[in-house]
Write a protein that binds this ligand. Structure first.
Ligand SMILES: *[C@@H]1O[C@H](CO)[C@@H](O)[C@H](O)[C@H]1NC(C)=O
Ligand SMILES: *[C@@H]1O[C@H](CO)[C@@H](O)[C@H](O)[C@H]1NC(C)=O
Ligand SMILES: *[C@@H]1O[C@H](CO)[C@@H](O)[C@H](O)[C@H]1NC(C)=O
Ligand SMILES: *[C@@H]1O[C@H](CO)[C@@H](O)[C@H](O)[C@H]1NC(C)=O
Ligand SMILES: *[C@@H]1O[C@H](CO)[C@@H](O)[C@H](O)[C@H]1NC(C)=O
Ligand SMILES: *[C@@H]1O[C@H](CO)[C@@H](O)[C@H](O)[C@H]1NC(C)=O
Ligand SMILES: *[C@@H]1O[C@H](CO)[C@@H](O)[C@H](O)[C@H]1NC(C)=O
Ligand SMILES: [Cu+2]
Length: 586
């Protein structure tokens, strides 16, 4: 060997040698104290007694094994965002869709075969836990990376709150907040630091860097750029793309983008990079909130920062990205139209809705309904009136048309798939019109839909399972902007064998794993969660207020616990206790 191997070449070599291995991480999930922005010390959720949680690195064809221990005082689950979980639907993580939660004090081993590459992340999928810090990059290395670079750098961006997510959630889902104003973050963390501490990235002259930008926010969208440098997008959400030169990158919550940046030749100056939170989503901007974060690209310690003449903020559209594999546009065998509205519902709370249905968890997680209902699993009704279940047949090509009639932008995420971005346009979508897709449309797993626009998405139903489709703004998940795609339940029944431990943990939590959304047989849905409903058309503000008052006193009178935490396990239990399901199904 002639010269020293570059660190990237060495990493690639090691990755190639470590081929088809189990890569095991031990994650003891528990409360720790941290002060990442130097502004407020608070309780956060960390791993192995520290925060931030460690990054996970795995190689194509490995199996990612996470031995998770729940040291919290509530259930928890982990969701490896963007993993196909092909045949392992039960490791996908969303609470009451595929899992009953790891009970406090117990372990669960997630075994995830890695059949994809790129930049992903992992986070809790129980209530708003991830907002308290339980989120980390998950990087899937490709031994044959299609793009050349010398070094690989992960840069996370996340909004940060000084209060506990559970307290923020109570204020958000409150009759005092009929307009549904989201909690505004107290700041941003770039590379897990914030406040007056700046993230420093060291560059060496002439080298090319791959920056993996990951937005792990609860609410905030970021705009990223580097003074004095250009960037080439080469990956979005794990899909390698043809290089596209851009001045800045926008990332909505849960989105990832890799950019290549070639370092300058001189070490005379250092430069600033920008990660600006988009304040459009904020109802107010609290005094002292620094929403424009900066970090340093350092060529030489102590060198002057060269102030740039201005950033090229002109946006680029992710729809113009071309996947390297050139996968052709899909047609469609089935199409579902999904209208997104936010409104005050009959429980006096502001809810996010698809087709005027706000998601409420069923008594039986939808995956277990699909697996246990035989031929009835093909009837969407068995998943219950509030899960917005949409059925797709095995190997069908599926089109989702999503109209965003809300005043805000929303980033929508589909579990278990990448979808093709066929088209964006002004809402409403005209159903008689047929879009003409590009030859090789962009693909990703999370798409932003601006206010009053639609998107057309397509994917092939080649991954039998129950997959959540939802807005990735954490507050909107809790507000009900979720639905379940039930993909080929007949094939699920043949292929999917749920590990005994998962069934045991359901039992320990008192959650049935047989039957329909009510835990009963067939179409007998007595006791399945129902409502809240939209107010009838024409209701005045005053009438709504009176209704809200009524609902409020009823709730305060009978079931305060339901009022405060419909998404918590306690509320599930409170409802379940009223209406016991059939004995046989317990
Ligand atoms: C539970 O998980 C923790 C954290 O990964 C690990 O240290 C411990 O050995 C596990 N316990 C069992 C019984 O597997
Ligand atoms: C991963 O596995 C697939 C299917 O077994 C195989 O075709 C491919 O060459 C493997 N890739 C690597 C990098 O090992
Ligand atoms: C992260 O996502 C949020 C929500 O869409 C968005 O407001 C924010 O700008 C994104 N951050 C970045 C760095 O793009
Ligand atoms: C750095 O120098 C090399 C060799 O002279 C040149 O090819 C390259 O374009 C320069 N890079 C930049 C960013 O100026
Ligand atoms: C924040 O950055 C944006 C550009 O993204 C700029 O328009 C705005 O003026 C900046 N605000 C402050 C307070 O620096
Ligand atoms: C859903 O609610 C919106 C807003 O209240 C209303 O405009 C729309 O007509 C409703 N759609 C249906 C199908 O009821
Ligand atoms: C899932 O696995 C099946 C084979 O078992 C394969 O045909 C299909 O393409 C896979 N789908 C995804 C999304 O990985
Ligand atoms: Cu949203």
């Amino acid at each position: 060997m002639r010269g020293p191997l570059s660190s990237a070449a060495l990493a690639t070599l090691l990755l190639a040698l470590a081929h088809a291995a189990d890569v095991t991480y031990y994650w003891d999930i528990g409360y720790v104290t941290a002060n990442p922005d130097g502004q407020k010390e608070r309780q956060v959720i960390g791993v192995n007694g520290a925060w931030p949680p460690p990054q996970l690195h795995v190689t194509l064809n490995d199996t990612l094994v996470i031995e998770a221990r729940n040291s919290l005082d509530s259930p928890t689950t982990l969701h490896a965002h963007g993993m196909y979980q092909n045949g392992t639907n039960y490791y996908d993580g969303p609470y009451m869709v595929t899992q009953c939660g790891i009970p406090p004090g117990q372990n669960m081993t997630y075994r995830i075969p890695i059949i994809q590459t790129g930049t992903y992340w992992i986070h809790a999928h129980y209530s708003a836990q991830y907002v308290d810090g339980i989120r980390a990059p998950l990087i899937l290395h490709n031994p044959k990376e299609p793009h050349q670079y010398d070094d690989d750098i992960v840069l996370t961006m996340e909004d940060w709150y000084h209060d506990q997510a559970s307290d923020l959630l109570q204020d958000f889902l409150s009759w005092r907040n009929p307009g549904g104003a989201e909690p505004v973050p107290n700041g941003a963390l770039i590379g897990s630091v914030g406040g007056s501490t700046q993230k420093v990235i060291a560059f060496s002259p002439g080298k090319t860097y791959r920056l993996r930008l990951i937005n792990m926010s609860a609410l905030s969208m970021f705009h990223f750029s580097i003074d004095g440098h250009t960037m080439q997008v080469i990956e979005v959400d794990g899909v390698d793309t043809e290089p596209m030169t851009v001045g800045n990158v926008r990332l909505a919550a849960a989105q990832r983008t890799s950019v290549l940046v070639t370092a300058l030749n001189s070490t005379d100056h250092n430069y600033v990079f920008h990660a600006d939170m988009d304040t459009d989503m904020f109802d107010n901007i609290p005094a002292g909130l620094n929403y424009n974060s900066t970090g340093v690209i350092q060529y030489r310690k102590g060198a002057d920062i060269k102030i740039s003449d201005g950033v090229d903020w002109s946006p680029f559209s992710d729809i113009d990205l071309v996947p390297l594999d050139g996968m052709p546009a899909l047609g469609f065998d089935v199409t579902y139209a999904l209208d997104v509205y936010f409104n005050q519902y009959t429980d006096a709370l502001n809810h996010g809705t698809f087709n005027n249905i706000t998601y409420v968890m069923p008594k039986v997680p939808s995956m277990f309904t699909a697996l246990s209902m035989g031929a009835d699993a093909l009837n969407p009704a068995v998943y219950g009136p509030q899960t917005n279940a949409h059925l797709v047949g095995h190997l069908q090509d599926v089109q989702l048309v999503v109209n965003n009639f809300d005043a805000g932008n929303h980033p929508f995420h589909l579990h278990g798939h990448h979808f093709q971005l066929i088209e964006r346009g002004p809402a409403p979508y005209d159903p008689t019109y047929n879009p003409r897709p590009k030859t090789a449309p962009a693909r990703r797993d999370t798409v932003t839909i601006p206010s009053m626009e639609y998107v057309v998405l397509r994917f092939r139903a080649d991954n039998p399972g129950t997959w959540l489709f939802h807005c990735h703004i954490e507050w909107h998940i809790e507000g009900g902007l979720n639905m379940v795609i039930v993909e080929a339940p007949d094939v699920m029944q043949q292929r999917i064998r749920v590990p005994q431990l998962i069934l045991d943990q359901c039992k320990a939590a008192g959650i049935p794993t047989l039957g329909n959304a009510a835990g009963r047989e067939g179409l007998d849905l007595r006791g399945a969660p129902e409502g809240p409903y939209p107010y009838p058309l024409g209701w005045t503000r005053k009438a709504k207020g009176a209704m809200a008052g009524c609902v409020l006193s009823a709730l305060v009178g009978f079931a305060t616990i339901v009022w405060y935490g419909w998404s918590s396990q306690q509320s599930y239990r409170a409802v379940a206790a009223e209406e016991p399901a059939d004995e046989r199904f317990n």
